[in-house]
Design a protein around this ligand. Structure first.
Ligand code: GLP
Length: 268
């Protein structure tokens, strides 16, 4: 894993946006994996600003979101479709027909929907760059602790901790869904690059477990230790429980020098 520690959340977002821009400029038909939650909001704001400044276009982008609540109408303001619309899609030139979320409506079979989502990703050529946040319990997407490390897109029951963490987003008269469709861990691991962002003290323990703990279904994000191209962008608060802080910063400086010498290395 490449671990990069920035002073604050804004720097995390600006640097994550550089990765996304680099992908969408270099590939003719880029495929982006997208995430919801608080963490990526600044990234999306930065991408919108770059788009408005004429520095990038999403016209050729196909996107696949990590997850979506089960049986939620896309027009519901709590749906992840609405979240993406409000925070990114409506501000840029992405084509709605090329934006996908793992939906499952009342009359649909979650298993069939999951398989169909996997197939769609395959048909698009696979995900080039997957954006991830991390739950306070180490979840990625909605792959809660104990999720199989070889899981595929499917329905998951959310843990009490995730429900409590996300309850701030629901008004008293709104029903908070307790199940969701999510890309599986194996689905996420097939992305060519992973860009995980974590900010704030509340993520420090999960970040420590992900980076220095054993690979375990109890901390689904720890599987990223097995990914060839996982880049972890942290602010100081999220990195505060890591022992090897100095090494990560020194290694990052060396990587920058290598980048200057050999060019920004990636292989989308
Ligand atoms: C949510 C999402 C995840 C997200 C995580 C952290 O429940 N399913 O994709 O990464 O929880 O969210 P936040 O960035 O708001 O802390």
């Amino acid at each position: 894993m490449q671990i990069i520690i920035y002073d604050n959340a804004q720097q995390v977002a600006v640097n994550a946006a550089k990765w996304v821009q680099s992908l969408i400029k270099e590939k003719a038909t880029p495929v982006l994996g997208l995430a919801t939650g608080n963490t990526p909001i600044r990234l999306y704001q930065e991408l919108v600003a770059q788009y408005q400044a004429g520095n990038c276009s999403f016209a050729n982008v196909t996107s696949f979101n990590l997850d979506e609540y089960h049986k939620i109408n896309e027009k519901n303001p709590q749906s992840y479709r609405s979240f993406m619309q409000e925070n990114l899609f409506k501000h840029v030139d992405i084509e709605k027909a090329k934006t996908f979320l793992p939906t499952c409506q009342q009359d649909q079979n979650p298993r069939e929907q999951g398989l169909a989502y996997e197939e769609k990703i395959k048909q698009a050529g696979g995900i080039d760059l997957q954006i991830l946040g991390i739950g306070a319990n180490g979840h990625i997407g909605f792959n809660e602790p104990t999720s199989s490390l070889t899981s595929r897109t499917r329905i998951k029951t959310l843990t009490q901790q995730t429900l409590t963490d996300n309850s701030r987003l629901f008004a008293d008269d709104e029903v908070q869904p307790t199940t969701a469709m999510t890309m599986g861990i194996a689905t996420i691991m097939e992305a060519r690059y992973i860009l995980l962002m974590a900010t704030g003290k509340g993520k420090a323990q999960a970040v420590k477990d992900m980076i220095t703990g054993s690979v375990s279904a109890n901390c689904p994000a720890s599987i990223l230790q097995m990914h060839e191209n996982a880049v972890i962008l942290l602010d100081k608060a999220a990195a505060s429980m890591l022992d090897d802080h100095n090494y990560y910063q020194w290694a990052d400086q060396q990587n920058r020098k290598l980048n200057q010498e050999f060019g920004f290395y990636h292989n989308f």
